[in-house]
Design a protein around this ligand. Structure first.
Ligand code: PMP
Length: 423
């Protein structure tokens, strides 16, 4: 069955759109943190962050069905649900971030944010991490450094290396100084080329990069430099937002950043396509009068009701608080495993997004994409879904729905213990 479906997929979607695993999984149902495949077997989801509050959460299904049965219309008419949701969402930000524009995806959110950034600054230069992904529009393809796009980097983009304390022989102070020097040089080069600095775009957890452990003061230092050069700062919260990091509802708050724009996506609708750009009324005033921004499907009453229910569940079920506690305890267990396996690097991450680098050798010198892949496949054989990230594809990516509980963590760790023995 699955083999036939795969062939039909190749014959329709083509063979290039990525599929996980050597033998792809075919899922037919999901609930909470469990997925059921076509053979009726259950898999623990320790990978997917879109179903942040759990797959097919009954409150979301009920709210979505109820609103879909009443009214679903675009935003050129007044509707209370959209405004109620905007108020609820903005309530999770500090008072200066007081405006939201809705989109349908994270890509749209980043694309729109950078239109606003360019119009507010009159400049076009962009600083972005040298191993990152922020979306698939043609503008964002021009600043994608962590995935193939088939296109050259745009001339006005300067990739910068995001420092990682787990991957350096330098002291923290020296790493910080070298990183700031790189940022200063990139800003100067944009100036010399006549682009000027429009903005700096970063993922608050540096997920694609492999969950970098930043030297203290890095992000605030970069932001100061960007602002001093007249640029603006966009924090991409598509992966790190909505309580993912546990201690802070927004990932940028954990690293002390005060961005001018925050972009949202993935977990915002728990699977329903909603994204957004949050900014200040001042930034919106640079953009609004000159643009007739309208988006047919974004911010409909159904999307608003779904988004609002996600926020309410996160709060009512105290999922970010639970993520802090459970994440810390899983990290502790991973530390113990690390003591047993010399090829495991430092344990990385925060809240319910964590992993570790996997090495070839006991001296932990050479990152091992091969062993990491074997681990991901072994976890699948043990019916637990995880993945891998990082510039060497060697960092395990464990990022379950926030509905994950201690019994699931036990199951995850048991599977990891078995899988580590196999590689
Ligand atoms: N930003 C980040 C950090 C992402 O991880 C992604 C998707 N992986 C995007 C933006 C793009 O979001 P979407 O796929 O919803 O367009």
């Amino acid at each position: 069955m699955t083999a036939t479906l795969l062939e039909r997929r190749y014959q329709t979607l083509g063979p290039y759109s990525p599929l996980f695993y050597d033998e792809p999984l075919e899922f037919v149902a999901a609930h909470d943190v469990w997925l059921t495949d076509a053979r009726g077997e259950q898999y623990l989801d320790a990978y997917n962050n879109v179903p942040q509050v759990g797959h097919c959460h009954p409150r979301i299904i009920a709210a979505m069905a109820d609103q879909a049965g009443r009214l679903n219309i675009h935003t050129r008419y007044l509707n209370n649900h959209v405004v109620d949701y905007a108020e609820q969402l903005l309530g999770t930000f500090p008072p200066e971030l007081n405006r939201v524009l809705f989109t349908n995806s994270g890509s749209e959110a980043n694309d729109l944010a950078f239109r606003m950034v360019r119009q507010a600054t009159g400049a076009s230069g962009v600083l972005v991490s040298d191993f990152s992904y922020h979306g698939h529009t043609s503008y964002l393809a021009g600043l994608t450094t962590g995935l193939r796009t088939g296109e050259a980097l745009a001339a006005e983009v300067r990739p910068i290396r995001i420092p990682d304390m787990d991957r350096t022989t330098l002291s923290e102070a020296d790493l910080l100084a070298a990183s700031f020097a790189e940022v200063d040089a990139a800003i100067e080069s944009l100036d010399r080329a006549g682009y000027g600095l429009a903005g700096f775009l970063f993922d608050s957890l540096f997920s694609t990069e492999g969950l970098n452990t930043l030297p203290a003061g890095y992000i605030t230092g970069v932001i100061d430099r960007v602002h001093a050069a007249g640029g603006l700062v966009v924090a991409d919260e598509v992966q790190s937002g909505f309580g993912r990091t546990g201690t802070h509802f927004w990932g940028h708050q954990r690293i002390g950043a005060a961005p001018d724009f925050v972009t949202l996506g993935k977990p915002m609708g728990n699977g329903h396509p909603i994204g957004g750009v949050v900014t200040s009324s001042e930034m919106l005033d640079h953009f609004g009068p000159h643009n007739n921004y309208f988006n047919t499907f974004a911010g409909t009453p159904v999307s608003a009701v779904v988004g609002s229910t996600v926020l309410s569940i996160l709060q009512d079920e105290q999922l970010p608080q639970k993520a802090t506690i459970l994440g810390a305890s899983i990290k502790e267990s991973l530390e113990k495993l690390r003591a047993e396996y010399p090829f495991i690097g430092p344990i990385k991450g925060t809240g319910l997004f964590f992993g570790f680098e996997v090495f070839d050798d006991e001296a932990r010198q050479t990152p091992s994409a091969g062993r990491t892949k074997q681990l991901v496949e072994a976890m699948k054989r043990n019916h637990v879904l995880i993945s891998r990230i990082g510039r060497d594809d060697s960092v395990l990516k464990i990022r379950p729905p926030l509905a994950f509980r201690s019994e699931h963590a036990d199951r995850l760790l048991d599977a990891l213990k078995i899988s580590l023995k196999e590689v």
